[in-house]
Design a protein around this ligand. Sequence first.
Ligand SMILES: NC(=O)c1ccc[n+]([C@@H]2O[C@H](COP(=O)([O-])OP(=O)(O)OC[C@H]3O[C@@H](n4cnc5c(N)ncnc54)[C@H](O)[C@@H]3O)[C@@H](O)[C@H]2O)c1
Length: 278
Amino acid sequence: MPRFEGKVALVTGAGRGQGRSHAVRFAAEGADLVLSDRCADLGTVPYGLASATDLEETVASVEAAGGRAVAMEADVRDTAALGRVVAAGIEAFGGIDIAVANAGIAGVSTIAAMSDEEWQNMIDINLGGVFKTLRAVAGHMAERGSGRIVATSSVVGRVGAPNIGHYVAAKWGVIGLVKSLALELAEHGVTVNAVCPTSVDTAMIQNEAFRELFLPDQSSYTMADVEGAFTELNPIPIPWVQPDDISDTVLFLASDEARMITGEAVPVALGWNARTAA
Ligand SMILES: NC(=O)c1ccc[n+]([C@@H]2O[C@H](COP(=O)([O-])OP(=O)(O)OC[C@H]3O[C@@H](n4cnc5c(N)ncnc54)[C@H](O)[C@@H]3O)[C@@H](O)[C@H]2O)c1
């Protein structure tokens, strides 16, 4: 029997990238999907976000993989919109078994130069949005006595990093939130974990702002320069992992095999953490 036969998985930020990959992989292993995305750009984000068409493409890919899907535009900062997403999922499929709080943004600024708006959008989406997503499903899962929650943090959720201090602060916060909710839900059959990726080959890093961050002294550069700069971060010498590589860990944490694991922050990091203190 497929690993997620009869299960329902909610994924935020499902319009593209890792969120789409998780959704399609869940569908391929038997799950039905409840999908959401903001589907609009945001002023402080130096690259475009997913569109409504992207979210429709995710739905088509889920269906092609054998799953059913309900999809709604919803910003993770919007409590009422998230409530509608959860309600639509329960109405369509009878409940939510798995929630993946994946939606997020990136930005580039030193702390000294950061505007209030850049800071606030980052914290409201990458930390507040995870809080609101977790809150939207926590009571439902606790009442049913089962559930799997996975939130996306980052390798920089455990170290400092220059030029992305707001992102780092939010991703540290996600780990604290996950550990706290894990304790609150442990006796209710619900596990709560974080996944901490290194660079992933998505639009979040494949944009001019991030290329300039990695190659600040070069007025022009080739893709080989970019790959070389990203590769320097990783002991396993490749520049980035693929969304599918993160889905492997997200699906494991959402599976029955991970029922004894809660409150953890699991790296998929090409050896990144081998250089940090244990
Ligand atoms: N790409 C990387 O290198 C990397 C590394 C570590 C962690 N992450 C994290 O992985 C997660 C997925 O990112 P990705 O790499 O797939 O990038 P992505 O930009 O391709 O996907 C992010 C998705 O979130 C959506 N989104 C953004 N703001 C939203 C909001 N307010 N409400 C609802 N949806 C919103 C976007 O539209 C997009 O579809 C994020 O939490 C990100 O911080 C990414």
